[in-house]
Design a protein around this ligand. Structure first.
Ligand code: C5P
Length: 285
């Protein structure tokens, strides 16, 4: 049996560069793992099974089940796995929970079954599962390009405190991307400048999020939530990915906890987290 932790991510910046012929969008984004975790237990079995403490998850069709199927087909035909997922990361929230669970399944099964395979093999399986899954094979902080398959690690930054705030909406990433217009596109230079600053040892704040205004147009409650958080952290607030989770940066754990208390009292889901250093589970450089 192997036990894995699957971390949530936030986007420190996210630019949409354009639409690709395959229907996906080319992105330039900086992703950061944070200390909010799902847990995944994997055990070899003759027939597959999946259980979770999250009622909202489809037990036959989710990214962990798909990851197990891919790994078994590719490396260990006839051997399958019993999986148990403890869900703490909100679903359809822009925090990459499902993608992180899928990556944890790939890494966990590579250990359980001692599968061979290069970083490139696992990256390919990861991309088949979803655009954010390749990042989670690296973890820590990284610059993402293309659809999500071009991942370059960035240095672990100093300790930072973030508050995650969710208005309790489930947002479909596909719907947000489908509603984008070319006005939401940009050339990626703002995010690349941020990445350069981080590479040089700097600790910049947030960049920009090209999905944010579409989210606000489709979900007024997400906009209301953003404005409430921004009041407590002016100029230090961004939506993570396609949302609706809002991320605010604070100078200390105490400041983040104080803001969490006031926003929880208004009915929002909150989690005070820190940036997570890179651990790297697979033979990826
Ligand atoms: O890859 P993933 O399944 O996470 O993406 C969900 C949806 O978001 C895709 O079906 C696509 O419509 C959209 N998307 C996109 N460009 C990306 C990532 C996602 O258009 N780079």
């Amino acid at each position: 049996m192997v036990r894995m932790l699957a971390a949530a991510k936030i986007n420190l910046s996210l630019e949409i560069v354009g639409r690709r012929p395959d229907g996906f969008h080319d992105l330039v984004s900086i992703l950061q793992e944070v200390t909010l975790f799902d847990s995944l237990e994997l055990e070899s079995a003759d027939s597959p099974s999946f259980a979770s403490d999250a009622a909202a998850l489809d037990v036959d069709d989710n990214l962990v089940v798909s990851a197990i199927r891919l790994m078994s087909e590719r490396f260990t035909p006839g051997v399958s796995c019993r999986a148990r997922l403890g869900k703490r990361i909100p679903v359809s929230a822009g925090l990459g929970g499902g993608s992180s669970d899928a990556a944890a399944a790939l890494v966990g099964l590579s250990r359980l079954w001692q599968t061979p395979g290069t970083c490139q093999d696992y990256m390919q399986l990861a991309l088949e599962l979803g655009s954010d899954v390749p990042f989670f094979l690296f973890g820590g902080t990284a610059l993402i390009r293309g659809r999500g398959e071009l991942v370059s690690a960035l240095p672990d930054g100093p300790e930072r405190w973030y508050l995650l705030v969710n208005p309790g909406l489930a947002v479909s990433t596909a719907r947000i991307f489908a509603t984008l217009s070319p006005h939401d596109w940009s050339d990626g230079t703002a995010t690349l400048a941020l990445a350069r600053e981080m590479e040089a040892g700097g600790d910049p704040g947030f960049g920009t999020n090209g999905l944010q205004s579409t989210l606000f147009r489709l979900f007024p409650d997400a906009h209301r939530c953003f404005k409430e958080v921004e009041r407590l952290a002016p100029g230090r607030t961004i939506v993570s990915g396609s949302g609706p989770t809002v991320v605010a940066r604070f100078d200390s754990a105490a400041d983040a906890a104080r803001a969490a208390e006031s926003l929880s009292a208004r009915g929002y889901w909150t989690a005070a987290v820190q940036n997570r250093d890179r651990e790297g589970g697979l033979p990826c450089p």
